[in-house]
Design a protein around this ligand. Sequence first.
Ligand SMILES: Cc1cc2nc3c(=O)[nH]c(=O)nc-3n(C[C@H](O)[C@H](O)[C@H](O)COP(=O)(O)O)c2cc1C
Length: 341
Amino acid sequence: MFTKVGKFLGRYSFTRKLTGLLYNYEHPMLNTAVCGIKFKNPLGLAAGFDKNCQLMDIMPYCGFGYEEVGSITGEVCKGNPRPRLHRIPKDKAIIVNYGLCNKGSEYFSECLKRRKFKFPIGVSVAKTNDPNIDTEGAVKDYVKAFKLMHPIGVYTTINVSCPNTNDGQTFGHPDNLKKLLKEIAKQKITKPIFLKIKPDMSLDSIDEMLEIVKKHKFVNGFVVSNLTKKRERLRTGNNKLNSMKGAISGRPVKKKSTEIISYIYTKTKGKYVIIGCGGIFTAADAYEKIRAGSSLLQMITGMIYEGPTCMKNINKSLVKLMKQDGFKNISEAVGADAHLN
Ligand SMILES: Cc1cc2nc3c(=O)[nH]c(=O)nc-3n(C[C@H](O)[C@H](O)[C@H](O)COP(=O)(O)O)c2cc1C
């Protein structure tokens, strides 16, 4: 339903302008540049909402500063059986079990390669969710998606943290990551690359990942984070929920993602770009992630629960929060809570 309305509104300049009047908010304090890319504000639509790249004409008028499309896989991916989404309002969370359904990298590369975008577009790539793919096959699949999609948009995110796979495993295991980055290193790299990681990581496993990534200078940063598999982060519990497959977005991801942002920012002394994502509903949530070390932000669940004015409200109040703290621009607030010695 949302996609249908969004596609309609994006089609005509009149409906785009009207949407912008209702939902956009602009302020110079929100303008920022990351890896040389200019953003009118730091708030982006996270990967997974516009899987089929259908909302790129309207999202620039909905309060966002950029959008990440996908995740797009090497081959066509039919995804997991329904139900794929279940709202848990008491927790402001969603159980997500899409399993990366999308039309595959050949289709999207053909559709998008000649298109002009109205604001920065990032492209998320992932591996096809196919039980017959082994690790080598998975790396090949990532590389296929990367080759075809890296020329499109202003940055590429490699999603190694989708939890809704056939074997229930993400691709972030150190052995997999090493193999994958080694192959990506052989490709023609022309723009920033980010790795999307899961929130269910110990500090040791983050350290191990950072050691691997350190050897690959083409990795500019991290999207922190994807969905959580930890059901114990939900307050709501009942048999129906317990029997539903999938991982969780929204409020239950918030604390852990902010902790990881803060840890990576501090540990690497702000060397990496961090895109903070997980449980952003208000300006206070967004500001906390910025002060922890995020230069950019992403969200989905907040928009689903709070509605289309959510992004405007967040941006407006972010300006107030920055003024209260004496910052002149969003970039000055990045990592303000971190203690770098
Ligand atoms: C419906 C839905 C589909 C998603 N699909 C993807 C996806 O394809 N690729 C990806 O990297 N993350 C995906 N995610 C995860 C989000 O990008 C984000 O990391 C997570 O939802 C936490 O942010 P939020 O609390 O603001 O929703 C999806 C999330 C939702 C709610």
